[in-house]
Design a binder for this molecule. Structure first.
Ligand code: ADP
Ligand code: MG
Length: 709
């Protein structure tokens, strides 16, 4: 700390160390422990306070052997005086006898306990917990929990909840607990309350000090739950405050090009689309038109289930930008999808002068090489292309846009918050339009996506028939292939999706390569099969995809590269093999590859469900095709981090709150946060200043908060 007053600190030893004190200055922390704590990210006392127990273990007070009563779970300590390992089939048995201070003995037996031979040896001091039985008048525990302890380990004096912390090889949960215990009072004394008493009362929240005391040292599980609730509240409030401020900062004075729309232009764009927009698409288009005509940057999320026609809205917006003399960029999550978009755009724009360029990782290589040669500035469009379609590569920040007006992010909401800053363009900010088929559960919509305006496409294009989904056991697989043959005979096409390209070392599930060979010569012999997967060269992928699209391939044997966006309306069957290996949203997305035209479509899931969770996913799939219901269920089954597919999404991480569970609290936190910001937008008032500091520390980077006010 740079307080400059360290001289006085030794004199006033009663003064609690500040929350910024490094571990080596804390009680009960040796240099070794300090290093081990630092490795856990604990750099200061405050971090220790926030290193929360993962769970609690109920512990009964230690008793002496003489005090043990039958049939109760009790804890006892003693020295190991004898061990024996009996290796008799069918199960081995490890036995130990311990003796307490009074010289009374207790026997313990662990079935299948041969592994304990090297771990429990005579002379060790051991603590055991288990149900006590009497066997020939001698007390005995069967399969007790046990731990080795030091001579100095204090006896557990009363029943309590023992906090269990995430530990490492260098520092045990108990060691962390003892450091926490030694410093908790000091740390808690350094905490100030940052919410007004009436707010705490309204939601029956503990004070901060009490919350931290109880989360680390609860007297009962109810106290731990109350403590957790307060800490969840803080986390949600801070996130909401951060989002509120970030939104205002972004909006403040941000200028975006005015994209004008008139009747004539509207008609020209619609003519190009080639179908009549649904009422829901129309609403989304008007939302977009209003936003981009306002002179302020649009931040709009279009949410619509797979096949609802989001891409059409995106195309509309891009043509609008181009007609206004601005460039548009379309970001796709995969190369295959980027190429499909390029094709759609090229077809739509046939006969016009609009130039569309594809920009992927590969283009980038080529361009880099060229740049290295002539050293010119990397202006992507060179003045003649107005629409860039690409993958992540488009986001590399050494790409300059001469005149960027609109960025569309297709099917990848995880790009949303974080990467908006990257494609800022020169001068004014571009408009942002984000498409997502994975409906965003309410809790996420209220948190991570809180600063987006939302258009929902809740209607499918006319003539769609519901997709029939069936779950077949492996023994019924022949029926699935029979069905595919029938559909192909009727002129339709099919996907067969497998979880992997090649088989792993452990024979775990089917692979594209093997299954392709097997089907070709077996169940689907005589049909025109092709493989599509991520290891193909980009132009091979493109070639296979275009042959499938043109109807020259009957069955595409593939991985999840076709997961999102792929649009071949004549494909009416998707068979997902080893379906138990796919996530729920993923299954739903895959299913969305069919049912995109006027023919009835089918999704066949082949799986022998391994786990209850897998079973739940598959049953959900057969029960509903409501993407919203599926997303909620998926979030519940997987948790937030996983829901986004990766933890590297750049969104602020929540440590305590589980967004799949906290909707009511989140709604309240949002209201309260907005209320606070309404009267104190920069969090300048005295108690709010604390929030402000914490906000910058926690979410400053992830929410890209500039210095607040
Ligand atoms: P999403 O991106 O929402 O999954 P797409 O935009 O790819 O859906 O549309 C799915 C299919 O429906 C495409 O073949 C598209 O051409 C077609 N489509 C979209 N809107 C309409 C419409 N209003 N009328 C008829 N077909 C439509
Ligand atoms: Mg799409």
């Amino acid at each position: 700390m740079s307080s400059g007053k360290s001289v006085s600190s030794s004199a006033s030893s009663s003064k609690p160390p500040p929350l910024d004190a490094p571990p080596q200055e804390l009680r009960d922390v040796s240099p070794n422990r300090a290093r081990a704590l630092a490795a856990l990210g604990i750099q200061r006392l405050g971090d220790l306070l926030e290193y929360l127990p993962r769970r609690y273990q109920y512990e009964s007070a230690e008793r002496t052997v003489a005090d043990l009563v039958p049939e109760q779970i009790q804890t006892v300590r003693g020295r190991v005086i004898a061990v024996d390992c009996v290796l008799i089939r069918p199960r081995s048995r490890f036995e130990a006898t311990i003796e307490d201070d009074a010289g009374n003995r207790l026997a313990a037996v662990w079935f299948n306990g041969a592994y304990l031979r090297s771990r429990i040896v005579p002379d060790q001091l051991i603590r055991m917990r288990g149900r006590v039985k009497f066997f020939r008048k001698r007390p005995q525990m069967v399969n007790p929990k046990w731990e080795l302890i030091d001579e100095s380990a204090p006896a557990i004096a009363q029943d309590n909840l023992r906090p269990i912390y995430s530990a490492t090889a260098r520092i045990s949960s108990d060691a962390i607990a003892s450091v926490v215990a030694a410093n908790l009072d000091d740390a808690v004394a350094g905490l100030s309350e940052w919410f007004r008493p009436d707010l705490l009362e309204r939601y029956q929240l503990l004070g901060r000090q009490q919350a931290y005391r109880w989360i680390h040292r609860p007297g009962a599980l109810r106290e731990a739950a109350m403590a957790r609730r307060r800490l969840v509240w803080d986390e949600l409030m801070l996130l909401q405050l951060g989002l509120g401020i970030a939104k205002r900062q972004r909006d403040a004075g941000a200028i975006a090009p005015v994209l004008k729309l008139d009747k004539l232009l509207d008609q020209r764009i619609r003519d190009r689309l080639g179908f009549v927009l649904t009422a829901a698409q129309d609403r989304a288009v008007w939302d977009v038109a209003r936003d981009v005509g306002s002179g302020r940057p649009m931040n709009r999320l279009i949410q619509g289930d797979v096949g609802s026609g989001k891409t059409a809205v995106a195309l509309y917006a891009m043509l609008l930008a181009v007609a206004n003399g601005r460039q548009a960029a379309l970001l796709a999550p995969t190369q295959v999808l980027a190429e499909q978009h390029l094709m759609t755009l090229t077809n739509l724009l046939a006969g016009s002068h609009v130039n569309v360029a594809l920009y992927t990782g590969r283009t980038r290589q080529a361009q880099k090489r060229r740049l290295a040669r002539d050293g010119s500035t990397p202006d992507l469009f060179g003045g003649d292309a107005q629409i860039a379609v690409g993958t992540q590569a488009l986001l590399e920040n050494d790409i300059a846009f001469a005149n960027l007006g609109l960025v569309v992010v297709d099917e990848q909401h995880k790009l949303g918050v974080h990467q908006r800053a990257v494609l800022r363009g020169k001068g004014s900010s571009p408009h942002y339009l984000i498409m997502t088929a994975t409906p965003i559960p309410r809790t996420l919509a209220l948190s991570y996506f809180a600063d987006f305006d939302l258009s929902v496409i809740d209607e499918l294009p006319p003539g769609r028939q519901p997709i029939q989904t069936r779950w077949l056991r492996r023994t019924e697989a022949a029926r699935a292939y029979e069905f595919i043959r029938k559909q192909v005979a009727a002129g339709r096409q099919a996907y067969v999706v497998l979880p992997q390209i090649d088989e792993g070392f452990a024979d775990d599930g089917k692979s594209v390569r093997k299954e392709f060979q097997r089907l070709k010569t077996g169940d689907l012999s005589g049909l025109r099969l092709e493989m599509l997967h991520g290891q193909l060269q980009p132009d091979e992928k493109q070639y296979v995809m275009s042959r499938f699209r043109d109807g020259n391939v009957d069955v595409l044997v593939t991985t999840t590269v076709i997961e999102v966006g792929i649009d071949v309306p004549n494909a009416t069957v998707i068979l997902i093999d080893n379906a138990e290996r796919f996530g729920l949203s993923q299954l739903h997305q895959l299913r969305g590859r069919v049912g995109r035209g006027r023919h009835a479509s089918h999704c066949l899931l082949i799986a022998d469900a391994a786990t209850p969770q897998a079973q739940e996913r598959l049953e959900t799939m057969t029960r509903t095709s409501d993407g919203f219901e599926i997303a909620e269920m998926d979030l519940k089954l997987r948790g937030t981090g996983e829901f986004f597919g990766t933890r590297q999404h750049g969104l602020p991480e929540l440590k305590i709150a589980d967004l799949s569970e906290e909707l009511p609290l989140l709604q309240k936190a949002r209201e309260e946060a907005l209320a606070i910001l309404a009267v104190d937008p920069n969090l300048r008032r005295p108690p709010n200043q604390l929030l402000r500091r914490e906000l910058i520390a926690r979410f400053g980077t992830s929410l890209q908060l500039a210095q607040i006010g």
